[in-house]
Structures are given as structure tokens and as C-alpha cells.
Design a protein around this ligand. Structure first.
Ligand code: ASP
Length: 335
């Protein structure tokens, strides 16, 4: 009997060791940051957001649990969000000034710093899949416009009419944005109103092998003009992953995120200043607010610590860690 307990004990500790040898898996997603207030939302809307966020994060987590890669996990989560009309990516993307949709996306593999990105695509149903194809099937990192779509067709990705991305509430947002822009001589001179977008999506994850990945996808900013491209498809700005430090997906006023290289800056502080990813994210997002940049980030470091930081009233977000149920949040939580 004693021997039986002893061998069960040994078996259990062997299992524990085997689990410890593998990295703790985890995934965090976001669905955009901005002026998100409970008073502007019905209960049904709130529960629809929670349900979709939880569904997306659990799709990604299932990939990790089955031993899949962080790249597959972030892709799976982002596809759910792109297919949902609730978010500003894929179906439900915001409108450009000309009442169409131009989508940006990027993905990065932290194990080798490979990356793929697409900008201003108008017919690709899931831009994140095209970004991934650019990374894995082309010799380039970033493709845009018609060329990107030609490549999407060659890769046999789903192409749709631009009207597939239409939604009534985003059209309303465009009309409101145009009214406030109209008196200004040039759109670039108009103060940015964060309420005109919201809903960019992203995911970061760590898999059993300890590899990090990040993915970001967006329709950009309502009423954008002249082929404007935001931070989401720019590696180091709206997206970054490096096993040596962390993986980040960002959302917010893209012009600031580009100029301050937000995603790469967070990971640089982790790598060179030995900060935790949570502290680095908090610092960068706080500094950004001081210069007028609204937004937020989700982060995972190479030890599997998951976190988020934002300087707006809310950020759609969810996470799932080893052996736990998914949690989703929308508004600011009291510290
Ligand atoms: N960062 C995106 C952009 O500027 C918008 C957003 O995250 O809401 O295109």
C-alpha cells in the first residue's frame, strides 16, 4: 500500500514537472478602446459584446490547449472578431470619407520576428489571414491595396464585395464625423474625435512552447481620407512580438501610436530596462495620454504574464489563462 502511494506521488510530481517544463499558456484580446460608457449602451449590447469577446478568446485558447501555436491562436481569435459586426475590423469596419471601407492588419511571430501586414485592402473578408499569408507565403512584409488583393486571390482567400463590410451604425458615425469635419479646411487639421472609431481588434498569446505572437486588424478611423493608413499594420506601432521580451497589440489614435512606436517601445523597456510587461505597458500608455494620444494595449510577456493598459474610458477586452474560464471586461475597473 505504502509503495502504491509512493508511486502515485512520484507519478504526480513527474506530471507537475512535465507541466512546468511547458510554458503557461494564455491569450488576451481587445476589441478597441475609446469613449465606452455604460450609459451609452443597452444591456443587450453589453451582453452581446461580452459574449463575442468570450467566444473569441476561448477559440484562441482552445488552439493553445490542444498544443497549437500562438500564431494559430491569435489568428483564430481575430477571425471571430473580424466576422462580428460589433467591431471595427472585417464586417463592421468603419467608413472612409468616400463611404467605403479600407482595412489594415498585421501579424507577428515572436519566435523568429517574422511578420506580415496588409494596408488599405477593400475586398478581403479576413485581412488577418492575408497578413499571415504575406508573412508565410511571400518574400515581403507589407503589401497594400490592389497588389495585396491580387496576392489574396492567388492565395485563394475569401474575397467579398466592399458592401459586405457595411453596417448602419458605422454609417451614422460617418455622417456625424462629416458634420463636425465640414467647417475645417483640411481633414488633417481637424482634432481627432475618438468616438469616431473604436473597435479595432487584436490578440496576443503564448503557447506551450513559450512562443509569443501578436495580431491586429482594423477598419482604421472613421472618415479617413487620401489612403490614410494607421498604426495597426505597422510592425512596432500597432503590433509587435519577440520571444526575448513580449507581444503587444494596440488600439487607439493611430497617428500617435506610429510616432511613438508604442508596441516596440513597450517591448524595448521589458528587454533593456528589465521592466515587467505590465509596468512597461502602463508607463507607455500613461506617457501617451500626456501628449494627447488615446488608446490601449494588450500584452503578454515571455513568462506568460498577461495584462492590459488603456488611458480611455473603456476598452473591450478578454483573457484566458491556464485552466481558467475566460473573463471579459469593457469599462474601467476600480483599482
Ligand atoms: N489604431 C487604429 C487606427 O488608427 C484605430 C483604432 O484602434 O481604433 O487606424
Amino acid at each position: 500500500m505504502k509503495r502504491l502511494f509512493l508511486s502515485i506521488g512520484l507519478l504526480m510530481s513527474a506530471n507537475v514537472l512535465a507541466e512546468q517544463a511547458l510554458a503557461p499558456i494564455g491569450i488576451v484580446i481587445h476589441g478597441g478602446a475609446g469613449t465606452i460608457e455604460r450609459s451609452n449602451m443597452t444591456e443587450q449590447q453589453e451582453s452581446a459584446y461580452h459574449a463575442t469577446l468570450k467566444h473569441a478568446v476561448s477559440q484562441g485558447y482552445a488552439v493553445l490547449e490542444q498544443g497549437g501555436t500562438s500564431l494559430d491562436a491569435v489568428s483564430a481569435a481575430v477571425i471571430v472578431l473580424e466576422d462580428s459586426p460589433l467591431f471595427n475590423a472585417g464586417k463592421g469596419a468603419v467608413y472612409t470619407w468616400d463611404e467605403s471601407h479600407e482595412l489594415d492588419a498585421s501579424i507577428m511571430d515572436g519566435s523568429n520576428r517574422n511578420a506580415g501586414a496588409v494596408a488599405s485592402v477593400t475586398r478581403v473578408k479576413n485581412p488577418i489571414l492575408l497578413a499571415r499569408a504575406v508573412m508565410e507565403k511571400s518574400v515581403h512584409v507589407m503589401l497594400s491595396g490592389n497588389g495585396a488583393e491580387q496576392f489574396a486571390a492567388e492565395q485563394q482567400l475569401d474575397l467579398v464585395k466592399n458592401s459586405y463590410f457595411d453596417t448602419e451604425f458605422r454609417l451614422e458615425a460617418l455622417k456625424k464625423a462629416k458634420q463636425s469635419i465640414a467647417p475645417a479646411p483640411h481633414q488633417a487639421q481637424v482634432p481627432y474625435n475618438p468616438a469616431w472609431k473604436m473597435g479595432t481588434v487584436g490578440a496576443v498569446a503564448i503557447d506551450k512552447q513559450g512562443n509569443l505572437a501578436a495580431a491586429t486588424s482594423t477598419g482604421g478611423m472613421t472618415a479617413k481620407r487620401y489612403g490614410r493608413i494607421g498604426d495597426s499594420p505597422i510592425i512596432g506601432s500597432g503590433n509587435f512580438a519577440d520571444n526575448d521580451s513580449c507581444a503587444v497589440s494596440a488600439t487607439g489614435h493611430g497617428e500617435y501610436f506610429i510616432r511613438y512606436q508604442v508596441a516596440a517601445d513597450i517591448c524595448a523597456r521589458v528587454k533593456y530596462q528589465q521592466k515587467t510587461a505590465a509596468d512597461a505597458a502602463h508607463e507607455v500608455i500613461t506617457e501617451l495620454k500626456q501628449i494627447g494620444g488615446d488608446g490601449g494595449v494588450i500584452v503578454v510577456d515571455n513568462k506568460g504574464e498577461l495584462s492590459w493598459a488603456f488611458n480611455t474610458q473603456g476598452m473591450y477586452r478578454a483573457m484566458q489563462t491556464q485552466g481558467k474560464a475566460p473573463i471579459s471586461e469593457i469599462f474601467q475597473t476600480k483599482q
